[in-house]
Design a protein around this ligand. Structure first.
Ligand code: AMP
Ligand code: GLY
Length: 415
């Protein structure tokens, strides 16, 4: 079997690594992949290509299944196009991908099906938004409706900050259209949790929980990033929290997917806020998370491809996922300066006696050498019988990795 995997991050390296363990899979073409997939068993990087070029590639190379990593092609409708061509692809339809592609669509969906989420109001008109801001109690959260490269959510401490955000999003149009519509949302206080899952449109099977570390500096200080580290399972997701999540979020979500006739065979990510008032859904992502995937897949005992095939055949209700009983602690190593400006192009050295697994994100293979090519360069994942053991392993191993301008948080997994 040949697989086509779309994407270029650490998440895709982790997916490719996990898929490569399936004995029936011969080759995984990664479009475009990165320096990690270039070196991974069974993997071959190919050109990124447009949707139409990928369709041609899938036909010419007898691709058994295409798996989509990032949200962008999903929101553009890659799944619908592949289906029109009779090609097998794993991911939500364009309509279902709006659960991530439009915050307003997703909030309306949550409200309609009774998924517990923060109160909100939507605005297309700048003056009305400004008027509303005068009546709000602060802090308040402002969100651009469309995708904005992870920068479309701002927590505003006061009216002045909020007015500036509305000005930037709606008038200056800093997201090229994505912020013309905004959601103004109640601020929720609590701890966050990520739950990845797989769905066939009728059943959702949640993965073990994870905890991202979004801020760039220790003790959750500094600006937000794509993720500086992850631990799994998330110690705040107790059995009680999981139960509440299933009742108040997962079940109404699947009901909505069915009633709206969304064609959804793919991964689904729930971004949760655990508060004193209950478990709230902050957002859906219609894909796996990064770096959550790197931290969670190494704990999965089941074969990932069999689950994908099971979901594709609408057979998830008969399947279960087996997890090994250990913990993972993953530290993301970034180019210093990230999420702002940084220099790249430095050699990455990884000593042979490293015990954890390294998933490359922003790294390319140049003449046989790994070089930094992005902000989040790599994720180092270690497993242990306890969270503490896993994090000690990661911080020991990290000394065996080196590149110029390297930076990482020292407190991943310290609760
Ligand atoms: P989102 O893309 O909606 O998940 O937002 C990105 C991040 O903003 C989340 O991971 C939270 O840290 C934060 N956030 C979003 N919505 C809220 C909210 N209603 N209250 C507090 N924090 C939020
Ligand atoms: N780690 C959050 C995300 O992938 O969006």
């Amino acid at each position: 079997m040949n697989i086509l995997l779309i994407g270029s991050g650490g998440r895709e390296h982790a997916i490719a690594w996990k898929l490569s363990q399936n004995p029936k899979i011969e080759k995984i073409y990664c479009a475009p992949g990165n320096g990690g997939t270039a070196l991974e068993k069974k993997c071959q990087n190919i050109k990124e290509g447009s949707i139409e070029e990928l369709i041609n590639f899938a036909k010419e190379n007898k691709i058994h299944m295409t798996i989509v990593g990032p949200e962008e092609p999903l929101i553009k409708g890659i799944v619908d196009r592949f289906n029109e061509e009779g090609l097998r692809i794993f991911g939500p339809s364009k309509k279902a991908a709006s659960l991530e592609g439009s915050k307003n669509f997703s909030k309306e969906f949550m409200k309609k099906y009774g998924v517990l989420t923060a109160e909100y109001a939507t605005f297309n008109d700048k003056d009305k938004a400004m008027e509303y801001l005068n009546k709000c109690t602060y802090p308040i959260v402002i969100k651009a409706d469309g995708i904005a490269g992870g920068k479309g959510v701002v927590i505003c401490g006061n009216l002045k900050e909020a007015e500036k955000v509305i000005e930037d999003f709606m008038v200056k149009d800093i997201f090229n259209g994505s912020g013309k519509k905004v959601i103004i949302e109640e601020f929720l206080e609590g701890v966050e949790a990520s739950i990845l899952s797989i769905t066939d449109g009728e059943t959702i099977i949640p993965f073990i929980s994870a905890k991202d570390h979004k801020k760039v500096l220790d003790n959750d200080k500094g600006p937000n990033t794509g993720g500086m580290g992850v631990i799994a399972p998330n110690p705040f997701v107790t059995d009680g929290v999981m139960k509440e999540f299933i009742e108040n979020i997962l079940k109404p979500t699947i009901k909505g997917i069915k009633e709206e006739n969304m064609e959804y065979k793919g991964f689904l990510f729930f971004g949760l806020m655990i508060t004193r008032k209950g478990i709230y859904l902050l957002e859906y992502n219609v894909r796996l998370g990064d770096p959550e995937t790197q931290g969670v897949l190494p704990l999965m005992e089941s074969d990932l491809y069999e689950l994908i095939e099971g979901a594709y055949n609408k057979n998830l209700k008969n399947l279960q996922i087996k997890w090994n009983r250990s913990h993972s602690a993953s530290v993301v190593m970034v180019s210093s300066g990230y999420p702002g400006e940084y220099i790249k192009g430095f050699s990455i050295e990884i000593k042979k006696d490293i015990t954890g697994k390294v998933f490359i994100g922003g790294g390319v293979l140049e003449k046989g050498n790994l070089k930094t090519s992005g902000g989040r360069v790599l994720t180092l994942v270690s497993l242990g019988d306890s969270l503490e053991e896993a994090r000690i392993c990661s911080y020991k191993d990290i000394k065996k990795i080196n590149f110029e301008n390297m930076y990482y948080r020292r407190d991943i997994g310290l609760i």
